[in-house]
Design a protein around this ligand. Sequence first.
Ligand code: MD3
Ligand code: FE
Length: 210
Amino acid sequence: MLFSDEDNRLLIVEDAFLLKGFLLGNGQALISALDEVVEQSPFRYMVTPGGYGMSVAMTNCGPWGWVTDHKGYRYQKSDPVTNKPWPEMPTIFIELARKAAEMAGFYHFSPDACLINRYSVGAKLSLHQDKDEMDFSQPIVSFSLGLPATFDFGGLTREAPKTALLLEHGDVVVWGGESRLNYHGVRSIKAGCHPVLGEFRINITFRRCQ
Ligand code: MD3
Ligand code: FE
């Protein structure tokens, strides 16, 4: 960590900020909005192009949703489970994501995709890059809710040294500029019980994919 200011804004690397506890106070409203999304497009376990089932359950809201299957990774406008458009992005999601982006110096952030990851105990996300988007000038904003996770933040190659970061309920990370293509992953979630989300961790990422 290079510095932490009076707003609890921590600089991870150039253009990547951790806004510690940014969502606290809006947790309940976010979870209600999330419940509405999940009612329309349920969490599902997707399969990688290589044929591996993911341990993280996913869904999406907003105009575009990220999916993976035997054909590959992509963004698409319809939910392959319901064959309907993804649910609308809740206003509270957009407002908080835009505010967070501004806190990190990114103005006019207008996400057109919102991927929601649900981790149960033992679930993990292996080291990867997010490069299925067309526009790398806009940041990715990520909300963490529920059980804590250790997040590994690496460099531009798989082998580059990694920094471990604890992401807890209410934390927001804004990744822009140089850090946008860095490798990252989430270590296996440890057993625990969160007062609101129980045995789950939820991560919501906002992206500009088109
Ligand atoms: C750094 N999600 O959905 S969010 C993902 O906690 C993903 O569920 C993780 O990685 C999670 O793709 C991490 C933080 C995050 C998201 C995108 C990034 C960090 C990033 C893109 C570039 C660099
Ligand atoms: Fe990612």
